[in-house]
Ligand binder design. Structure first.
Ligand code: SF4
Length: 247
C-alpha cells in the first residue's frame, strides 16, 4: 500500500468534535501545557516538525524538557543554507535531541535530470512537493499527530489556525502550541532562555527556508516576504493543500 493510500485509509486519532473541544480547551493554555498535553495524549505517535526556524527552536527548548526522546523531523531538502546546517549540529549537541533527517527520494542532481535544472525557479510548487511534502508524508505515516511552529500572526493563510486542528495534507491531528505568540514573544523567549538560533536571523532573514528561495527582508516588510520573492507562492505546501502538486 502506498503512503498516500495509507493516509487516506487511516482514521484520525481524534474525531472532529474532539479536535474542536480540545482546540477550545487549550486555546489559552501555555505552550508548555499544550506540548505536555500532546506528549501525554499521543506518546511515541507524536512527531515535531523542525525546520530550525526561530519558532521551532523555541518548541525544541520546551519539548525536550517534557519528553527528552520526542521525535523531531528535520526536512533536509539538500538546499539549505550552511548556517542552517550549523544550527542543526548545535541543536543536536545542546539538546541531545532525537532529530530525524527526512530527505527526498531524488538527489538534487537526479531531480535536475528528471525535472529540469533549477526547478525551484521554474516550478517551485513541484520542487516543494518533491523535496518537502512527499518525504514528510512518508515520515509522518508513522505518526498520528504532529506539532508545528505555526503562528497566526505569520501570514493571512495562518490567521485562522487553531491550537488543535485536523491536518488535511497529512491526515493527522496538528498541534500549534505557539499559535497565539507574536514575533517579539518568540525572541523574548529565545534571549531569556539562551536558545540557539540561525545566524541569518541577525542578517535580515526573519523566515528561513531553502537558500535559492529565501531573501532578506527590509524593515517593515512582512516577515515572510523573503520567501519565494517575486512569485505568487507563499507556502511550501506543508500547511496548505492548494500548493501541493500531484506527482
Ligand atoms: S523552498 Fe525552494 S528549494 Fe526548497 S523545496 Fe521549496 S522550491 Fe525547492
Amino acid at each position: 500500500m502506498s503512503t498516500a493510500e495509507k493516509i487516506e485509509e487511516r482514521k484520525l486519532a481524534l474525531s472532529a468534535d474532539e479536535i474542536n473541544r480540545w482546540a477550545e480547551k487549550l486555546e489559552n493554555e501555555s505552550s508548555e501545557n499544550i506540548i505536555r498535553w500532546a506528549c501525554e495524549k499521543f506518546g511515541n505517535k507524536l512527531a515535531i516538525a523542525c525546520s530550525l526556524g526561530a519558532e521551532d527552536m523555541v518548541i525544541m527548548d520546551i519539548a525536550v524538557k517534557i519528553k527528552p526522546d520526542v521525535h523531531f523531523l528535520f526536512l533536509d531538502t539538500e538546499f539549505h543554507f550552511q548556517d542552517t546546517l550549523d544550527l542543526l549540529n548545535k541543536a543536536k549537541q545542546k539538546y541531545k535531541a532525537n532529530i530525524i533527517s527526512v530527505k527526498s527520494e531524488y538527489t538534487p542532481q537526479e531531480q535536475a535530470q528528471k525535472f529540469g535544472p533549477q526547478l525551484f525557479f521554474t516550478d517551485p510548487n513541484l520542487c516543494c512537493t518533491l523535496r518537502k511534502v512527499v518525504p514528510l508524508r512518508g515520515a509522518l505515516s508513522n505518526y498520528v499527530a504532529w506539532i508545528t511552529g505555526i503562528r497566526r500572526e505569520q501570514a493571512p493563510t495562518r490567521r485562522n489556525a487553531k491550537v488543535v486542528e485536523e491536518d488535511k495534507v497529512f491526515g493527522l491531528v496538528k498541534i500549534n502550541p505557539l499559535v497565539r505568540w507574536t514575533w517579539s514573544d518568540v525572541w523574548d523567549y529565545i534571549k531569556k532562555n539562551s536558545v540557539p538560533y540561525n545566524r541569518l536571523h541577525d542578517m535580515g532573514y526573519p523566515s528561513i527556508g531553502c537558500a535559492p528561495c529565501t531573501q532578506p527582508v527590509r524593515p517593515g516588510q512582512d516577515l515572510r516576504a523573503g520567501r519565494w520573492t517575486g512569485t505568487e507562492k507563499t507556502e511550501c505546501g506543508l500547511h496548505s493543500p492548494d500548493d501541493v502538486k500531484k506527482v
